[in-house]
Design a protein around this ligand. Structure first.
Ligand code: EPU
Length: 420
């Protein structure tokens, strides 16, 4: 298994181009299953999760071609069941269910289990499919949704932690081909849902309200092929912005959409970062000393759970006490014990982490437990004295395109150790 070797203490300097958003491209690739015509998706990040999605589409019968950052998919004839071994590798693959149900009126996929960050149920996805008239059964680890006809209806998709991103995406995709009007209340407002809606509209879907808690979909008979460019990854951008602040550097993020990042930028400014949006992109540097901030993760437009671990790494370096509360996933604090190996002083109290920051961090071997935890460890390693070895980097390759190459370009001393 590959690992990253980081010699810390170098301020990041220079420009970095932000890739397409992982959490937008996965449902968008799934949406290509809704039409028998060819689709072309651009600004596709080179990530292992995207490759898995390509394999799933191929397994379902689609022709998939990757060329640089462009993917062409032609799902002329497809089947309605997903392979267990492929689907279990990536939880995001659940979003093939909505398109399969919409187009074929039947979808069978292996029931995704929990993962390291929490239980991750799909009850809200299934509630939405049922509201469209599907019969849902769970047998031998597989979940099946089946309907003679899909009929639009009004539904409430809010859950314990608020809206669901992939649940909203799944139901919206199925509803594009249902008869009549579907109204999703308590819909997720994330920019990735809006990007998916824009692609579906380019395919001929009738959707209004995406980006608000009420999405209305008027079903159409069929969708046609379309081309689409994926939005930039706001979480990748947040990660580089936090790394620039943590290392006291100056980094210009190219190709970002600052309007998708208000909550993160606001907290970064409060913590002592300077953010300057200019013709080249968004330049992040330090504005004096670091200051502690409190954050609570929330659905968009609140502070994203996917940037919580990275912000915690910054707070570990910041003198004073910060309280970081995780409200989306019940166990997304796996990075705490690994940050402690670098010298961070963090205590967990229920859903909150109390960070007593400002203790000097020094390099150590650490273990990545999930994608964003790995990013937090890389940030801490970049700022720590000495050498940090981040093991199990396959987690980071799921969601960060060429992270070691991009960081090296910014002057970081980081090396990938490949193990066969
Ligand atoms: N939930 C339910 N029932 C459901 C679905 C969700 O109770 O049927 C709960 C979850 O347990 C959680 C909350 O609702 O407490 C929000 O989960 P959501 O469904 O929004 O998460 P998701 O759609 O499965 C996506 C991203 C995650 C990101 C979350 C929250 C993709 C592929 N994944 O997951 O991304 O953390 O939204 O923003 O889009 C990551 O990129 O590192 C990552 C984990």
């Amino acid at each position: 298994m590959d690992s990253l070797l980081i010699k810390g203490g170098v301020p990041l300097q220079g420009d970095v181009t932000i890739s397409g958003a992982k959490n937008a491209v996965l449902p968008i690739l799934a949406a290509t299953l809704l039409t028998s015509e060819p689709c072309v998706i651009r600004r596709v990040p080179n990530l292992s999760d995207v490759k898995f999605m390509g394999q799933i589409l191929t397994w379902l019968g689609a022709q998939v071609r990757f060329e640089g950052d462009q993917v062409s998919v032609h799902a002329k004839k497809i089947k309605g069941a997903g392979d267990y071994d492929l689907i279990r590798k990536m939880r995001g693959s659940i979003c093939i269910m909505g398109p399969l149900l919409g187009r074929l009126h039947t979808a069978t996929v292996s029931l995704p289990g929990g993962c390291i960050i929490g239980a991750r149920p799909i009850n809200l996805h299934l509630k939405g499919f049922q509201a469209l008239g599907a019969r849902v059964t769970i047998e031998r680890g597989y979940v099946q949704a089946k309907a003679k006809r899909l009929r639009g209806s009004a539904m409430f998709l809010g859950g314990r932690a608020g809206s669901t991103v992939l649940g909203t995406a799944n139901v919206m995709m199925a509803a594009t081909l249902a008869e009549g009007v579907t109204v999703i209340e308590s819909a997720a407002c994330e920019p990735e849902v809006v990007d998916l809606a824009n692609f579906l509209k380019a395919m001929g879907a009738k959707i209004s309200g995406a980006g608000s808690p009420t999405i209305t979909i008027t079903g159409v008979e069929e969708l046609h092929g379309a081309e689409h460019e994926v939005i930039p990854d706001r979480i990748e951008a947040a990660t580089y912005a936090i790394a620039a602040t943590a290392t006291n550097g100056e980094v210009t993020l190219r190709g970002v959409r600052p309007e998708h990042m208000h909550a993160v930028l606001d907290k970064l400014k409060d913590s002592g970062a300077k953010i300057d949006c200019n013709a080249r992109g968004m330049t992040v540097s330090r504005n004096g000393r670091l200051k502690p901030v409190d954050i609570t993760t929330l659905p968009y437009s609140g502070f994203p759970t996917d940037a919580q671990a990275q912000l915690m790494a910054l707070m570990a370096l910041t003198p004073g006490i910060s309280i970081i509360t995780e409200r989306i996933f019940e166990s997304r604090f796996m990075h705490v014990s690994e940050l402690a190996r670098l010298g961070a002083d963090i205590e967990i109290e229920g859903p909150s982490a109390i960070v007593k920051g400002g203790k000097p961090l020094s390099g150590a071997p650490v273990m990545a437990s999930d994608l964003r935890a790995s990013a937090a460890l890389v940030i801490a390693g970049l700022a720590a004295k000495g050498t940090t070895q981040v093991n199990r980097v396959y987690h980071i390759d799921r969601g960060y395109e060429n992270i070691d190459g991009k960081l090296r370009q910014l002057g970081a001393r980081i090396q990938r150790i490949e193990e066969s």
